[in-house]
Design a protein around this ligand. Structure first.
Ligand SMILES: [Mg+2]
Length: 296
């Protein structure tokens, strides 16, 4: 996960975790009962979000279990990773070959496997903008103030029991690797080992975009599933696109075929690249309606 300075520039009172600095961030949903922003109520407080998360993890494990039962690394049929090759486009995606590599599942960390309850409980009481120094202090000291996303613990256990290595690919800081390992262990999601199964911002290619790390992971493992709460957790090809372009690309026939079939999305209405569409981008003109009672 990377929280960008873009939010500071925008001066927004947003607890913003973004993986794609090219997408403008919008303010969070207005605070409602108890002063908790609507997105936080949904993600951290609702049964509906818990159900969505468990649904994603159930589907992921079922899909991997089915694949592992029929995958034969020594067999005649080539196996493909769910990681795109570097020459892929959204309209023509290609996938890394697996050869006889061992299987792995790759996950983002924040709001994919871990809920940052401590940080967000503090942020919910603030009206200021994003503060990267505060997030760094959170990474350093918040390991015991997190919780696993519903369904995540059972999923990583099931994957490991199937012989699938669980790999973490996050934009948390490499300088805080030990604390992030501790947070994952505290939440019941470990083991995670930096340099082995934990990839952090800047690892491999010095970038915050994740394709370089995904490529390195795919060199070592046959990636059979990926989980994330941002499109950048699956490919960097959405970077720089407008919200309508991102939405169209995600739902296009070729990319759309990946959701629930190798790529699994967790809900995040609190921060990130899913927020930021304007009124015009959100509501196409042809769909707009005005209450007839208010017409003169
Ligand atoms: Mg995330």
């Amino acid at each position: 996960m990377r929280r960008t300075a873009l939010l500071l520039v925008a001066g927004l009172a947003l607890s913003g975790c973004v993986v794609d600095a090219s997408v403008t961030q919008a303010p969070p949903a207005p605070a409602a009962a108890g002063g908790v922003p609507g997105g936080m109520q949904y993600l951290y407080g609702s049964g509906e979000a818990a159900a969505l998360s468990v649904q994603a993890y159930n589907a992921l494990v079922d899909q991997v279990r089915t694949r592992m039962a029929k995958d034969d690394p020594k067999g005649p049929h080539p196996r493909n990773s769910v990681v795109l090759t570097s020459d892929s486009t959204l309209s023509v995606p290609r996938f890394q070959p697996c050869g006889d590599k061992p299987a792995a599942a790759v996950f983002d960390v924040d709001e994919t496997l871990l809920l940052n309850l401590g940080y967000e409980s503090d942020d919910a009481q603030r009206s200021g903008g994003w503060d990267s120094a505060r997030w760094d202090r959170w990474e350093k000291t918040g390991a015991m103030k997190v919780a696993a996303v519903p369904g995540a613990i059972d999923a990583v256990r099931a994957l490991r029991a199937l012989g699938v290595t669980v790999v973490f690919n996050t934009n948390r800081a490499a300088a805080n690797a030990a604390e992030t390992e501790a947070a994952l262990n505290f939440a019941g999601l470990g083991p995670a080992k930096h340099g082995e199964t934990l990839f952090l911002k800047g690892d491999v290619d010095g970038k915050s975009a994740k394709d370089g790390r995904r490529g390195a992971i795919a060199q070592r493992w046959c990636v059979v599933a990926m989980g994330g709460d941002q499109l950048g957790d699956f490919t960097d090809l959405f970077a720089g696109l407008t919200p309508p372009e991102r939405r169209a690309g995600a739902a296009s026939p070729v990319i759309g075929s990946m959701w629930g079939r190798g790529w699994f999305v967790l809900p995040n209405p609190v921060y990130g690249t899913g927020l930021g569409s304007t009124y015009d981008q959100t509501f196409p003109p042809a769909t707009r309606w005005t209450d007839p009672q208010e017409k003169h």
